[in-house]
Design a protein. Structure first.
Length: 100
């Protein structure tokens, strides 16, 4: 068994990009950049949903199914971003309440 297997409790090998330090092929991505990218993706999905609904309302060839799928994708992405934000706030509050 390798070091990656023992580090995960025998559950499997840690993928190269997820190892501490990002692995030899990729540098580690800062957490702030990950959040910025995620918010940008949520914004892009919301924009796609808005244009799909606008296209549906104006009758410009957008199918009801396409509009519903786009709005559900945007909703799910927003809910995930909200859950991540809530966990980050909870972790911050937990750290701030620690007694040193």
């Amino acid at each position: 068994m390798g070091a990656a297997t023992s580090a995960t409790g025998g559950l499997g090998v840690i993928p190269e990009g997820l190892r501490p330090g990002g692995g030899p092929s990729q540098p580690a991505t800062p957490f702030g950049s990950l959040l910025t990218d995620a918010v940008g993706q949520v914004n892009a999905l919301e924009s796609q949903a808005r244009s799909a609904v606008d296209g549906l309302m104006t009758g410009s060839g957008i199918d009801v199914h396409q509009a519903m799928i786009a709005t559900q994708k945007a909703d799910m992405a927003f809910e995930l971003a909200l859950a991540v934000r809530n966990k980050a706030v909870q972790a911050y509050q937990s750290v701030m309440s620690m007694q040193f």
